[in-house]
Design a protein around this ligand. Sequence first.
Ligand SMILES: Nc1nc2c(c(=O)[nH]1)N[C@H]1C(S)=C(S)[C@@H](COP(=O)(O)O)O[C@H]1N2
Ligand SMILES: [Mo]
Length: 333
Amino acid sequence: MKRDGRFTDADVTPEDIFHQRRRVLKALGITTAALALTPGAQADILSWFKGHDRPKAPSGKPLTFAQPAEYQAKLALTPEDKVTGYNNYYEFGLDKADPAANAGTLPLDGWKIRLEGEVAKPITLDMDDILRLFPLQERIYRMRCVEAWSMVVPWVGFELSRLIKYAQPTGNARYVAFQTLYDPENMPGQKDRFIGGGLKYPYVEGLRMDEAMHPLTLLSVGVYGKALPPQNGAPIRLTVPWKYGFKGIKSIVSIRLVHDMPPTTWNLSAPNEYGFYANVNPHVDHPRWSQASERLIGSGGLLDVKRQPTLLFNGYAEQVASLYRGLDLRENF
Ligand SMILES: Nc1nc2c(c(=O)[nH]1)N[C@H]1C(S)=C(S)[C@@H](COP(=O)(O)O)O[C@H]1N2
Ligand SMILES: [Mo]
């Protein structure tokens, strides 16, 4: 310390950083007891904190899009550096800071996406085709991870229904199956189960046909007005705002219309914890934690994390509850 009582950089000891992290954990409402019950939670938050001094990925090219009034929700946005710096993308590591640090190896050049299965017109499109065929919109959506944190994200994309209609589904199409790129040389978590969390790769997801055709369901190609950075699932990923974040499969190479309910990655990994539906629901807890509330990663500084109640269907009940009439949401979690 200087004689006048001010601190210099040399005075910031590992202990100070430790106490600062303790304050972060406290701000997040995480007690030592809670940490004992949720392995990974401490490493998770500390690594994100640490990740803030890593180099940022170059930002994507600016996109052109409409801003339909009905989708400009009056919600405070989670800042861009958190949306693009606090991620789940296990193909690039388990820590929240890992995808931003490591996903630069995702091979984006010449990306193609196949539309196949129960369609009259199977077709392979590149990203230029996609951008030419489907005009983009910006939509502000709530985003709720099954781990009980949430954000408010300005996505740029188009309705998945438009792509599905383009391929002309047959009468046998009842579900839609999605697949992430499989490229273990460039996606280290697919090669090494310690990096990739022991999931089965490629990551796969699915929706019922009516969910896929719902106007809220997007294929996103951008965030914050620019092309998606790799860590957010470049060049094209799914966004289903009333479902837990793991339904939002990243870096999609195949969309297949199918007759039977397709397998999904987290359900394969832990079927008693992650269902096919994964609708956000404050009344149906995860077997290991409550879903009644969530930590909103807010618009203030690093410590701006507010606990708030979870909303049924993540606040989109008015638009989507009718899809599930007569379905037991506890059984079909
Ligand atoms: N291929 C792939 N897609 C994925 C994941 C993943 O690990 N691999 N993680 C999911 C989870 S758990 C969440 S919460 C969201 C996170 O999206 P974001 O990092 O853009 O916020 O991506 C989902 N899509
Ligand atoms: Mo998630």
